[in-house]
Design a protein around this ligand. Sequence first.
Ligand SMILES: Nc1ncnc2c1ncn2[C@@H]1O[C@H](COP(=O)(O)OP(=O)(O)OP(=O)(O)O)[C@@H](O)[C@H]1O
Ligand SMILES: [Mg+2]
Length: 269
Amino acid sequence: MTLSIEHLSVSSGEKKILDNVSLQLHKGEWFALVGQSGSGKSILSQSISQMLPPTLVAEGKINFNGENTLSLGRKRLKEIRGRKIAYIFQDYQGSFTPFRTIGAHFQEYQKVHGIKDKRVRKVKAIEALESVGLGEPFYKRYPFQLSGGQLQRASIALTLLLSPDLVIADEVTTALDSVSSHRILQLLMKKQQETGCTILFITHDWRHVRKYADRLAIMKEGEIVEFGNKHHILHNPQHEYTKQLLKAAPVLKEDEVEEGALANDLVIS
Ligand SMILES: Nc1ncnc2c1ncn2[C@@H]1O[C@H](COP(=O)(O)OP(=O)(O)OP(=O)(O)O)[C@@H](O)[C@H]1O
Ligand SMILES: [Mg+2]
C-alpha cells in the first residue's frame, strides 16, 4: 500500500477547508490524525476515495497505489471503495438497515463486490463474525438485537471482510464507553496485525493516540501543523498548538489505559 497526499486543497466556494495538505502514510502503520473540531480531519479522510459532498472542490493529488484517486472515474472508484479503501464510521448504526439481519448485510456487501456463491458468502460472513468475537448466532440477528459495542464489532468485521489495504476509522469509539472503546481498538489492532492493513485513525482522544498510534499529524484550521513519530511529538512537540493540545490532554501514560478493566472482560481471542 502506498498513500501520498500531495498539496491537497478543498474549498467550498471562497472558503478553504483544507489548505495545501501533504502527508504520506506507510504500509501497515497506525496513523492518527488529531485536531480540534472543524479542523478538516473528516474532509481529509473523505477526499481519499472521492467521498466529498459535490459542493466541495478538491485540488492537488492523492496517490494511492500508483493511481490519483482525485481523477478516477466512478467505475474504478466503486472497485476501490471497500476492497482497497474502507471506512469505519462513528455512526455504525447507520451502516445497518434495521429490518435486515446482520447476515443479509454481509451477503449484500460481498455480492456487490463480486462474490457470487451464496454459500461461500455465508461461510465468509460467519468466519468474519467469529473473528470479532461474535459467533454464528449473530448471523441471524437483527441490528437492534446487538449492543452498541457488538454492532460496532460487526461493522468492523464487515469493513475488513475484503481485506482492504487502507482502513479509515473516523472517531469510531466516540459513542462507546471507555471499556468498549478499548475493546474495539484492540480488535482493530489485532486485525491490523493479521492483515497488514494501514490504519488512518481520526480521534480527539490522546489516550488512544498514546496507546495505538505509530505516527500522527496534528491539524488546525485546514492545515497540518506538525507530523511525525508519536514518541517524538509526545516528548518533544515543536509547534505551539501541539503543546497547547498536549497540555489540555489527560495525563495518562501509554500503558496505563484501563488495562485492568480490559483484562477482566476481553472476549476477543
Ligand atoms: N458539505 C460541506 N460544505 C461546506 N463546508 C463543510 C462541509 N462539510 C464540512 N464543512 C466544513 O469544513 C470544515 C472541516 O470539517 P470536518 O468535518 O472535516 O471537521 P473535523 O475536523 O472532522 O471535525 P470533528 O472533529 O468535529 O469531526 C468545517 O468548518 C466544516 O464546517
Ligand atoms: Mg470529523
